[in-house]
Design a protein around this ligand. Structure first.
Ligand code: FAD
Length: 499
């Protein structure tokens, strides 16, 4: 995302807390008993019912194609996931909506719900933590007297600048060390790490290519002006279900994790974990970069080396969102955004912008290396509710340090959504590594989007060379893949094929 402003784009089960190479050699396709659920041959099978998959399906269904969407999990939406905490709908995945430019959601939402459904987020000031538990307010406090914080602000208009970040062999960590003398042990390192690398890019400074990222930001075409959904009883998922997905959902099959795609014969055969084999002319794979990198979907014949190089060379960030509910706020109402030097990393209060709620909710946003450490500790605790409780305790401890011990005793309940631990996402969102971009035209995202044998198509936020790591970017890719399939199958004015 473009990083021009001081607070730029941030992303920011009920728990009883105090209780405590492209082709896998052993392609399961050939060994699994066949359970043909469906004798139809689809025009298009879509792997994944996230934003790219659903939008591709919507587009193709409108053009009259026979489409089946196979979704691994028990729900649709992928990395958009609204849940209820207290009486408030909150976002455990994507939360921010971009204004209309290149984003079809904005106009569609406003025409259905009216302008007032949207409001601004992060109204107020940043509360910055340094040196353990010392805090300062961004505008009205003493932050400006701190030279390290001033440098951190300067870097916010530097890192997205293509003219200033020309060396494709250095990471953001290298730049921060060289320009500001800030390394991992420096008192201000967490500002760069948590507020930029983690919260915007889902990754760590030492994994992001400085010039690669500046090139990616330069390609960005979406507005950097964002809005959030205001009514307490409405979430991102609810809105999209209502405006777009009703007509698509009858074509989605849930709990059907695709294990292999065989495009060696007359039809493409897609086999999922239930043993079912679905025949199709074309397949659009919308699984995340994390899932592609895990190589849990086998392809026969093997994918071209360029496709494999592409998904391996794009970074996949780590991350989670943890929503904590309290009976009363112990933070000041002017706190738009909190940056900590502990595992909370960054946080905001969605209950500040939700209208019609009495809930007080802090959304913690550990991403990158901090998130991975929490994921690992939760796994060690056995995962599930015990793992979630471990994560929540670590975050409360961090908040107690900053807010005089007020968080732990007051916690009511929480939701933990660890995207890295989700086997069908395996991370937060994609980011540019050193080699992801070489120039505007030469980049691995574009390479991933190239059709394979005109039968297999990859589409998702990770293959978008201009607007990755966001919802509109995933929609754009779903549309691109659908248009390509349409051109190949039916042509602009021809009806779909029926063979
Ligand atoms: C914490 C977080 C915060 C974010 N904040 C924002 C934000 O504020 N604004 C914004 O615009 N974007 C945000 N994003 C990014 C945005 O959510 C994603 O870019 C977008 O939703 C990705 O859509 P997708 O279709 O590419 O992938 P996904 O959402 O990952 O969809 C892929 C689907 O494929 C399924 N799948 C995976 N493997 C298989 C398989 N083998 N077989 C069948 N199905 C499979 C998955 O279950 C999933 O449903 C955020 C993401 C995260 C994680």
């Amino acid at each position: 995302m473009p990083g021009e402003q001081k607070i730029d784009v941030a992303r920011c089960d009920f728990l009883k807390l105090m209780a405590g190479g492209g082709i896998a050699a052993s392609a399961p396709l050939l060994t699994r008993p066949v359970r043909a659920t469906d004798n139809a041959t689809y025009d298009v099978v879509i792997v994944g019912a996230g934003m790219a998959g659903l939008y591709a399906a919507k587009t193709l269904l409108q053009r009259g194609y026979r489409v089946r969407v196979l979704e691994a999990s028990a729900r649709h939406g992928g990395r958009i996931y609204s849940r209820t905490l207290g009486n408030t709908r909150i976002e455990m995945g994507a939360e921010e909506h971009y204004l209309a430019r290149d984003n079809p959601i904005y106009d569609a939402v406003v025409s259905e719900y009216g302008q007032d459904v949207y409001t601004r987020a992060y109204v107020g000031e940043q509360l910055i933590t340094v040196d353990g538990n010392k805090t300062c307010w961004e505008e009205t406090g003493s932050c400006e007297q701190d030279a390290d914080i001033r440098n951190f602000w300067k870097y916010q208009s530097f890192y997205g600048n293509r003219g200033k970040n020309k060396d494709f062999s250095v990471t953001m960590a290298d730049v921060v060390a060289e320009r500001y003398g800030v390394g991992p042990d420096h008192r201000a390192y967490h500002l760069y790490e948590h507020a930029i690398a983690n919260s915007i890019y889902g990754a760590s400074l030492n994994r992001i290519g400085a010039a690669s990222l500046a090139q990616q930001d330069w390609n960005w075409t979406l507005s950097s002006d964002i809005r959030v959904v205001a009514p307490a009883n409405l979430g991102y998922s609810d809105i999209l279900d209502s405006i777009w997905w009703q007509g698509v959902l009858p074509h989605v099959d849930y709990e059907r994790p695709v294990e292999s795609v065989d495009f060696s014969g007359e039809h493409v055969v897609v086999t999922d974990a239930t043993g079912a084999r679905t025949r199709t002319h074309k397949v659009i794979v919308t699984a995340s970069i994390g899932v592609l990198q895990s190589e849990t979907i086998a392809f026969n014949p093997a994918l071209p080396a360029a496709t494999v190089e592409a998904y391996r060379g794009i970074g996949m960030g780590r991350g989670m969102k943890v929503a904590l509910r309290f009976p009363q706020p112990f933070w000041e109402s002017r706190m738009a955004y909190l940056i900590t030097d502990g595992p909370v990393s960054s946080a905001w209060a969605p209950s500040h912008y939700k209208t019609g709620t009495d809930d007080h909710i802090l959304m913690c946003y550990p991403m990158g290396g901090d998130a991975q450490a929490l994921t690992d500790s939760a796994r060690k605790a056995g995962g599930g509710a015990a793992g979630d409780a471990k994560i929540v305790r670590a975050l409360l401890t961090d908040l107690d340090r900053i807010f005089d011990g007020k968080a732990s005793p007051a916690i009511v309940d929480a939701h933990v959504q660890d995207w890295t631990a989700d086997p069908y996402v395996r991370g937060s969102y994609s980011f540019p590594r050193l080699e992801t971009y070489r120039s505007a035209a030469l980049n691995l995202r574009r390479q991933l989007g190239k059709p394979v044998a005109d039968r297999v198509f990859f589409a998702g936020e990770g293959s978008n060379p201009s607007n990755p790591a966001c919802v509109p970017g995933a929609l754009q890719e779903g549309l691109r893949a659908a248009d390509t399939v349409h051109r190949l199958l039916g042509g602009v004015s021809n009806p779909p094929t029926r063979t």
